[in-house]
Design a protein around this ligand. Sequence first.
Ligand code: FAD
Ligand code: EPU
Length: 350
Amino acid sequence: MPDFASSQYRIVENAKLDARNTFGVAARAPMLVEVAHTDALPELFGYAMLREGPVLVLGGGSNVLLAGDPQGVVLALTAQSIALVEDDGDTAIVRADAGVEWHALVLWTLGHGLAGLENLALIPGTVGAAPIQNIGAYGVEVRDSIHAVHAFDRTTRTMTSLTPAQCAFAYRDSVFKHDPDRYVVTAVEFRLSRATRVRIDYAGVGDELAAMGIDTPRASQVAEAVCRIRRRKLPDPAVIGNAGSFFKNPIVPYAQAEALVAAHAHAPVFRGADDDTRKLSAAWLIDQCGWKGFREGDAGVAPSHALVLVNHGRATGAELLSLARRIAASVHERFGVAIEPEPRIVGGSW
Ligand code: FAD
Ligand code: EPU
């Protein structure tokens, strides 16, 4: 039962967050505000508790670790519309509200014959969170398609729009991560194409399409191939709590990557953002340290993927954080490489 409800928002005090994070850890927020109409944001942020106190914007909770209860207000945006705002037959601009489920948007765009998001199929969470860490998978990042990010700016208490350049996107990074208390993303616009220039060079995608008997794939078939790979590789949060990759793949100087390969010929090394850096595989580093399938109480590492921390049932956020720290320490000790968490850690710190 809400403690207050208007046509634009509802407030629940002492709200349970267990079903609002895909790790499924138990937590409570002193106050949860669910906002159906973003027009209400300037008014809401006029109240001292939101204007001055900590506010955690929560989407699907698939990239957070609630290591403790969040302090202050948890804000959830629930608006759900998707619309074509421009369409010249070749390219189109699609606008989706922050509360739309990401995979539902991918299916919507494919259903309208628009390509661009197919490699990002089946990533959990909401549209509003997609720009935060610049979601990426199978050779594509969401920045490749973002036209504009609409947001409420807490510093000016006005609605604003950011261009892709202002978002400062990088691998699992953006301005929103560096200034987490400033913006509430309200909607995102995507520039998508009706041309069928699909991207299938990422390891495994071409093989999956071949196994499906497809040699000139359409965007929707690439999405299907990606879904098949993901279902095989990644544990389903509906079955076992997890937040996908728990660590980012570390980006190191070229010379450090060379030294790693000299010592371990099979270490996977990928191109970095420029010629001077390389991206290492955090999964491989963790796997080499023997963590895959590890379990202590209900906190563990997925048997199918060394990068995924799992909650077998009643693990606390603090237990998962403590396990993550031990994993990172062992990787650092063995390889001299620092790995960092991908999810936002709430109620605790790295
Ligand atoms: P939340 O977890 O609720 O929030 C994540 C962050 O975004 C928090 O800092 C939160 O405060 C902020 N935030 C959320 N909404 C807003 C908003 N409207 N305005 C401002 N800030 C906001 N990620 C990838 O990049 N690639 C993958 O392939 C991938 N695979 C995954 C697979 C699994 C099984 C799981 C569980 C996760 C995976 N993820 C992946 C991580 C996750 O799905 C994405 O980061 C997703 O974008 C998080 O969306 P969310 O709505 O759940 O965000
Ligand atoms: N590997 C191991 N052991 C394992 C798993 C993988 O050694 O247990 C090695 C494999 O040899 C492979 C390499 O690690 O060569 C990379 O594995 P994978 O292709 O599964 O990719 P990843 O680096 O583990 C990244 C993203 C995923 C994204 C996939 C597909 C990060 C942190 N993770 O995973 O994103 O779906 O690529 O593009 O960049 C997420 O962010 O939550 C996420 C799931």
